[in-house]
Each structure stands twice: as C-alpha cells, then as structure tokens.
Write a new protein. Sequence first.
Length: 271
Amino acid sequence: MIGVFDSGIGGLTVLQWIRQRLPQANLLYLADQAYAPYGAKDSDLLQQRCDQIADWLIEQGCTVLVVACNTATAHCIDALRDRLTVDIIGVEPGIKPAALGTRSGAIGILATENTLASSRYQQLASRFNPNTRVVNQPCSGLADAIEQGPDTGSIDTILAGCTAAMTEAGVDRVVLGCTHYPLVQDRLQRLLGAGVQLIDTGEAIAGEVARRAGVAALGEGKTRLLTTGSRARLQHLIGTYPQLSDHFQANQCETAPELSVQSQTSGSSSA
Ligand code: DGL
C-alpha cells in the first residue's frame, strides 16, 4: 500500500496521477485539515505532524510514502528519511523544467512562504540563478482560501496579487510550487495569458512513485481518503472542484480521529 499526505486537498492533485499510473495499487491518503494550512506554520509543529502522520501510515501497512506537499517536503523530509526505513518520495517546485524551457529568461515560482524560505528550496533555486531570472512569489493565504472552496472570494484577489510581479518581469514559465495550486490553474492561466506555460510536477512525481513502488503497486486498486478534520467538508470539497470530482468520490472519504488531536505547542493557523 502507498501512503500519501498533505495539509489538505492539495495532495489529491498528485494522488490522481498516482491512481492513473498505478491502477492496482491500494492508496491511503491523509489530509491533515485539522492543522491546515502548513504554509506559514512553525517548522517544529510541521515536523511533529509529519512524524505522527508518517508513523500512522506505516502502522496501517504503507511501505512507500509520498509527501504530496512542497512545504512539508522542504522542511521535514530529511528528518523523516533519517528516522524511517520505508521509501519516502517528496515533491519540489519544478524549477528545472521551467529554467530549461524558458525563452524569455525569466521564470516565476508560486509557493508558500515556508517553501520559499527553506534552505532546501534556496539550494535548488541557486542552481539556476546565474542564467535565469527567478521571481519567487509567496502566495500568502492562497492554500487556505482554496481549502474553503472554489467560490471563496479571496482566491481571485490573492491570485491577482501573486501574478502582477510575474507579468511585470516578463516570465514565460510559472511553476505551481504548492500542490493546492493546480486546483486554480485555469484562473491562473487567464490572469497570466496563454503565452505563459504553467508547470505542475504531479505527473512526474507519479512516474517516480511508479518506478519505486515495487510490491506496493500491487493490490486491489482501493482508494481511501482520510481527513483529520471533517469528513463532510472533505466530501463537499471533492464534489465542488471538478479536478477532484472527476477522480474521487464522496464514499471514499473517512475521518482519522486518532490523528486529529495533538497539543499545538507552536505555530499558528493563519497562513
Ligand atoms: N499543499 C501544500 C504545499 O504543497 C501545503 C499548502 C499549505 O498548507 O499551506 O505546499
């Protein structure tokens, strides 16, 4: 079984590619909606959540884990890999395909504050800086607004604010450096214009999972979607984003009450 997690519904944009690539695999998805968003939370709290979720997924029988969250990958994957023996695959902003593909010489990266501030991301970005202008754009509050549903008014305001500097800089490639952002891809494309290519690494990650899954790819093709928050809310969100309702059903949703409670020692929920 393959375990996949994110702060919320964002990782489902990766899960749907894994589902397509590995039709027989049993997939267990955990949306940590009781603690979402992760984008501006304290790193210690993020590590506690990632440790607790990874241990739980392994207890459920997962032998491969996918951290379907750029923020959690940037801050927590090294410690997870040091501590655990299962194969752990993460996600990172697709700077490389953007830098290799740009004709204008300028690319934009949309991600959370925590992802852009991480040393892991800064090392990745530094490899491309000499030849390419990289416009780093933190999208404060965007993942949280997406978690409230597609009709949330602030989504368009935040997107307009996030894309202004990109257009000004003449970028022709924009990286979706948070797994929530493919859920607003059409709106972003309209704001940026047809000449800008959006880069989402979900399909490439699924390819990597397929290469490394081994026996974890063999099963009955079951998908279970668990949340540390409200099952009704997860069901509602899956029904309202077409990118999710095309691939998942309400009856696949459950709660994971054993993961919902944890003393919140630090961080805030106002990303
Ligand atoms: N979807 C996550 C990411 O890729 C987390 C966003 C958030 O919770 O702020 O970064």
